[in-house]
Design a protein around this ligand. Sequence first.
Ligand SMILES: O=c1ccn([C@@H]2O[C@H](COP(=O)(O)OP(=O)(O)O[C@H]3OC[C@@H](O)[C@H](O)[C@H]3O)[C@@H](O)[C@H]2O)c(=O)[nH]1
Length: 414
Amino acid sequence: MLSFNRIRAQPRGNRSMSLGGMEYADPKKKNNFCGKILMVSTLTAFCILMLRHSPNFNAPPQFSSHEPGVTHVLVTGGAGFIGSHAALRLLKDFYRVTIVDNLSRGNLGAIRVLQQLFPEPGRLQFIYADLGDAKSVQKIFSENAFDAVMHFAAVAYVGESTLDPLKYYHNITSNTLVVLEAMAAHRVKTLIYSSTCATYGEPDKMPITEETPQVPINPYGKAKKMAEDIILDFHKNSDMAVMILRYFNVIGSDPEGRLGEAPRPELREHGRISGACFDAARGIIPGLKVRGTDYKTSDGTCIRDYIDVTDLVDAHVKALEKAKPGHVGIYNVGTGKGSSVNEFVAACKKATGVPIKVHFLPRRPGDYAEVYSDPSKIRNDLNWTARHTNLEESLQVAWRWQKAHQNGYGSMSA
Ligand SMILES: O=c1ccn([C@@H]2O[C@H](COP(=O)(O)OP(=O)(O)O[C@H]3OC[C@@H](O)[C@H](O)[C@H]3O)[C@@H](O)[C@H]2O)c(=O)[nH]1
């Protein structure tokens, strides 16, 4: 197992070294005042030198150096819904985080929230860059010493993928190759990869285990499956620690109301069920379109396994902590419980208190009737289990953020 170190906050009377308000344990230098001054000045000079050469920063860069003993995680897509929640959790757990995002789907507002929460130098760095630009990505890796990569950045709408498949193969498969090449060139030891239940397609047997054959039926699932295959082939001759997490349907938001899900309004047509329900509840759209009522399921609508985003990011942290060099772990991340679209809508009506209008429409291309996970492997190996299994409660939390942010991240959206 790799040993990951977080920045440790020290009790006030026991500070050994302070960098912009964040404390680091360094017992050897506890009583050495000159040593402290020397270290802080050297480090400051080093940071200034590095920052002068930093790439394409949207926000003022905060650090580029690698503090020995502190795990530095690159979070791609950290301005997005899941990536921002993961960054928040990593920062709360005293990891050092660099976010790379091209803001095509994510929100600068989410980055601003994280920057306000963790303003201390050396905690959070944001780099505005596109993973399709291999030269920029190599530069970012050469200017930073990452210990691990959580690769979230991706377009992720099943419906859109059927209409614009090349976007999906490029953005998901090709960009993963770019990230992997940079990791290999710079000897970054750990990859946590965001995959999806969409790689399974429409299995005959439920629940889905990690051994269920992967036969994706839409370009989104195919692009993710190809990315998985590339990672696995690369891994055969590498000592990288790899964790592939296959997410089911992610809902909810930060219970403290700091972050939420703010999809692009212009992509509303392709949007996920949670966003569509909230838009209908707020009256932004005239009603929710339920797509497909003739599936062979209990009530004719599709069955999905809805996993709370806080549980999902918990799975990432556990995966990071338990990643082993030379080892691949592949895990389903779901609750193990299936809910139909009709059940989801009912829960959303209760959570919002709004009698959402529903329009029943034909099936959406690329959809599969029923998927829900068997989460026993992740429970046994990583000691992870979903704690939020009540749809209505997760939706209530998300609705609180939606109500308080009528305009999403508003003017902070990029
Ligand atoms: O407006 C809508 C949106 C969605 N739906 C239905 O709700 C169900 C769930 O659809 P979503 O678009 O929310 O989610 P999907 O199951 O297609 O994929 C989702 O889960 C797996 C993740 O990896 C994907 O990134 C994510 O998009 C489908 O049956 C879909 O047809 C509607 O009926 N109306």
